[in-house]
Design a protein around this ligand. Structure first.
Ligand code: NAP
Length: 324
């Protein structure tokens, strides 16, 4: 099979196409013929060697955990009726590959009629976005500020917040991204690469500080967003692409009367994680969750996908098309 290997931590060029034998599922595993793998920002951080304190991944390795595909074989102790079924997972051991091994208890069924791209675009982002909005629900009429709003998860959060009846300011970098947000009917957009952007947020809200902030950007963008979070408001610090999380201490938050939420408040794995994927995919099949797919890349161009994500040229979701 063809697969992408990271031979050593580094720039996107370390993502190299290789050929090797098909992996064989061990007890409790299945093999999945991957149709589409998702590309998430975290995977770029792992590849750069910047996530070693959280993830025990060392080169050489096959990147990617999110995949949609068809089960082609099962290991000992696994129900053989999985073979031939379309599945989605975030637990693939290397989804940048034509064939990936997945623990059998981490498989979500893909509803009939839901295309593989849509399912792959939601397998991580849809579940996380829904967890964030569940943990930090906006009330109707409240102002919500979403940073990295034109990213894959940001666009889902914008939509979910609007559906909850909130008023949303989407913040992103550059006119192309703001244009997409406007085209999707968002009430207000702000470019956070421009100085004084938080004042633009206040202008958009008529002087009100946002009661809810979904920070997908982190770093100085996240800190600036925290500075204008309303007293009594809530701040979800789930994003780190600008080099780290917003890094707000609990005392600082207490002083401002802001409740902080981190990824630890959202974590789901095992059975509940799989159930969440199935719920999100059912909602997608019913048209209630719709991802924005920005670009798809063939497997062999995985390095271009990482480059595009790191250079911030993708609007919406990046996917790897592995097989058709
Ligand atoms: N996907 C998930 O399930 C999941 C789970 C847990 C945490 N998260 C976190 O949520 C955030 C968004 O994740 P995602 O995978 O959906 O990515 P994404 O939002 O599709 O892409 C990252 C976004 O971050 C913004 N950004 C700000 N500063 C950046 C920088 N220095 N370099 C690159 N991008 C920068 C970019 O928008 P602008 O160019 O407009 O700034 C871009 O839209 C990430 O921090 C990720 O770790 C995601």
């Amino acid at each position: 099979m063809r697969f992408i290997e990271v031979g050593g931590f580094g720039a996107p060029e370390v993502l190299t196409l290789r050929e090797g034998p098909d992996p064989v599922p061990e007890a409790g595993q299945v093999a999945v013929e991957v149709s589409v793998a998702d590309v998430i920002f975290l995977e770029t951080a792992i590849r750069r060697g910047e996530a070693a304190q959280w993830f025990d991944v060392r080169p050489p390795y096959v990147p990617g955990g999110g995949a949609v595909g068809t089960v082609s074989a099962v290991g000992a102790g696994v129900d053989p009726s999985w073979v031939g079924r379309r599945v989605a997972t975030t637990a693939a051991r290397g989804s940048y590959a034509e064939r990936a091994l997945v623990p059998a208890d981490q498989l979500a069924a893909v509803p009939d009629g839901l295309d593989a791209r849509t399912a792959a675009a939601l397998v991580h982002d849809g579940v996380t976005a829904r967890s964030i909005v569940t943990a930090v629900p906006p009330e109707p009429g409240q102002w919500v500020l979403v940073t990295a709003a034109a990213g894959a998860m940001g666009l889902l959060l914008v939509r979910m917040a609007r559906e909850a009846g909130a008023r949303v300011v989407g913040a992103a970098r550059g006119e192309r991204k703001l244009e997409l947000l406007r085209a999707r009917g968002i009430e207000a957009v702000v470019d956070y690469s421009e100085p004084g952007w938080t004042e633009r947020v206040r202008e958009a809200t008529g002087g009100r500080d946002p009661e809810v902030v979904y920070d997908g950007a982190g770093g100085s963008i996240g800190r600036a967003a925290f500075a204008i979070t309303a007293s009594g408001g809530r701040f979800s610090a789930h994003g780190a692409p600008s080099g780290g999380f917003a890094g707000i201490g609990p005392e600082e938050a207490d002083e401002r009367g802001v409740t902080l939420y981190s990824l630890a408040d959202l974590h789901q794995d095992g059975e509940s994680g799989t159930r969440s994927i199935e719920e999100v995919l059912s909602a997608a099949a019913a048209g209630r969750i719709v991802p924005v797919i920005g670009r798809t890349f063939p497997l062999e161009r995985a390095s271009e996908a990482h480059t595009a994500l790191e250079e911030r040229t993708i609007v919406g979701k990046a996917l790897l098309e592995v097989s058709r």
